[in-house]
Ligand binder design. Structure first.
Ligand code: ZN
Length: 331
């Protein structure tokens, strides 16, 4: 847990003010070249945090499990030294049901203007509307991958941040009610806005007024077996530089098998609302399997099989180590 991955910070020669003929590096370049100690991301710990959430049962808004897990997440972030904001709000679902929601935000170095925002949704889907068995389609899901995995990765990163602070201020934001969109069998109109209720609220009413960060990274379904992540359409529209940077870091770390530097699909996910409502350039790390018969998100998507048996420690490591490296290298 304490060993560190050493990595050299790469810098652009274009911004160097080195005089021609003078081969010696400037002081700032030497500073930049110094090896940056990137913590080794512990995927076993991320796996455990993923399981801890599932152990509450499906985290569907208005349920006991949802309430208990919210408390667990806020306490966990606090125990890792974050300044925690619990943004409680009632939001209206597609079927006019009132949902008691809470976005949970853990901030590090809240005074710093240099910030990175990291997002994941913590609720789980109220209905397994894509389950192969019709009888299951009204049953809520564990959401081990769809929800808990991203939160698990970010909790482990929070634990690392407490041990060794990166240069940047970091906000870890757990959105509620991402997955309360109208089910497949719903007869009424299915609007994009029925999804991502927590992030829409946060993007309009951030926990800090005039909130801004250098960029945002959303993790969604980042623990699946055989996951592969492609450039997502809206991420490329709004944050192509960031997206390409993350994918190239992953490749450099040896995770090119997971992070494929090619275009994938477009997804209405929390990052779309953060990009459009808040203009915070945000990318989405989300699986894309073009040839999967069930869904491009993988075989367990919105089924009862999205439980802990669907989670791979290796995938959590690939995503977690990549994000950790991106965060610690940022100056
Ligand atoms: Zn989902």
């Amino acid at each position: 847990m304490t060993s560190a991955v050493m990595s050299l910070l790469l810098f652009s020669c274009g911004s160097s003010n080195r005089k021609s003929g003078n081969q010696s590096t400037t002081e700032s370049e030497q500073e930049m070249m110094k090896a940056i100690d990137v913590p080794s991301f512990d995927a076993d710990s991320a796996f455990q945090y993923t399981k801890d959430q599932c152990d509450f049962g499906p985290r569907v808004p208005n349920s006991q499990a949802h309430k208990a897990c919210a408390k667990f997440l806020a306490n966990k972030l606090r125990s890792f030294g974050a300044q925690v904001t619990e943004q409680a709000v009632d939001l209206i679902a597609y079927d006019d049901k009132m949902l008691h929601c809470v976005n949970i935000i853990g901030s590090y170095k809240p005074e710093s203007k240099k910030r990175i925002a990291l997002f994941s949704h913590w609720d789980s889907r109220p209905f397994a509307d894509h389950d192969s068995d019709v009888k299951n389609r009204h049953t809520p899901i564990d959401g081990a991958n769809d929800g808990a995995s991203g939160v698990g990765v970010l909790l482990e990163l929070a634990r690392q941040i407490q041990k060794k602070s990166p240069e940047m201020g970091v906000d870890i934001v757990f959105f509620d009610a991402e997955d309360y969109g109208a089910p497949e069998y719903y007869k009424g109109e299915k609007k994009d806005e029925y999804w991502c209720l927590g992030s829409q609220y946060w993007a309009r009413q951030p926990h800090v007024s005039d909130y801004m960060a250098r960029y945002g990274i959303l993790l969604d379904m980042v623990g699946g077996k055989d996951a592969s992540f492609y450039y997502e359409y809206y991420s490329m529209q709004y944050a192509s530089k960031l997206t390409k940077k993350i994918w190239s870091v992953a490749k450099e770390l040896g995770y090119g098998r997971y992070f494929i530097s090619e275009d994938g699909g477009g997804v209405t996910d929390d990052h779309v609302f953060v990009n459009q409502l808040m203009h915070l350039p945000t990318t989405d790390i989300i699986p894309y399997q073009a040839n999967n018969k069930h869904s491009s998100f993988g075989s367990t998507w919105h089924t009862l099989n999205d439980n802990m048996s669907a989670i791979s420690v290796e995938t959590l490591k690939a995503v977690g180590q990549t994000i950790t490296t991106v965060v610690y290298r940022e100056q």
